[in-house]
Design a protein around this ligand. Sequence first.
Ligand code: SF4
Ligand code: SF4
Length: 154
Amino acid sequence: MLKDFLRSFFLVDLAKGLWVTLKYTPQPAFTFQYPSERRPVAPRFRGVLRLQVEPDSGAQVCIVCDQCAKACPDDLISLGGHREPGMKLKALDYFDFNLSRCSFCGLCSEVCPTKPVKALIMSEDYELGTYSRDAQILRIDDMYDGLPITQYTK
Ligand code: SF4
Ligand code: SF4
């Protein structure tokens, strides 16, 4: 009882709180000024799917094997291609991905067999909002270029 009285009389709790504030004041801020600053994501972060090309030549990496489409539990990927006469690899004609129902499970990217460059990856993009449902269907160009990211300044 007396202890509690002395504690409140000498404002011990207030002093403790102020001490915590003072201790952290000289340290750099932990906050990011989003959206002008974006927080870096973890190395294994699963953002929106993206198709990759050969980094040096820009050539298509996808072999149109359809494994990603078959692995998706929600049937969100649809793709097709054709084989030019005399060519070993098929050309990818279309790749449609329904982002709106994707659970980012990563199964499609996991089964993609191309090496050393994986044709289908889960990118670091996490700004996925759109103003219409149609915009949530990503076509082949969006799959290569990624969703447009708006750069903001302070
Ligand atoms: S991340 Fe999962 S739900 Fe999304 S497209 Fe790939 S397999 Fe389908
Ligand atoms: S699994 Fe990979 S290589 Fe096969 S169709 Fe899908 S993206 Fe292309």
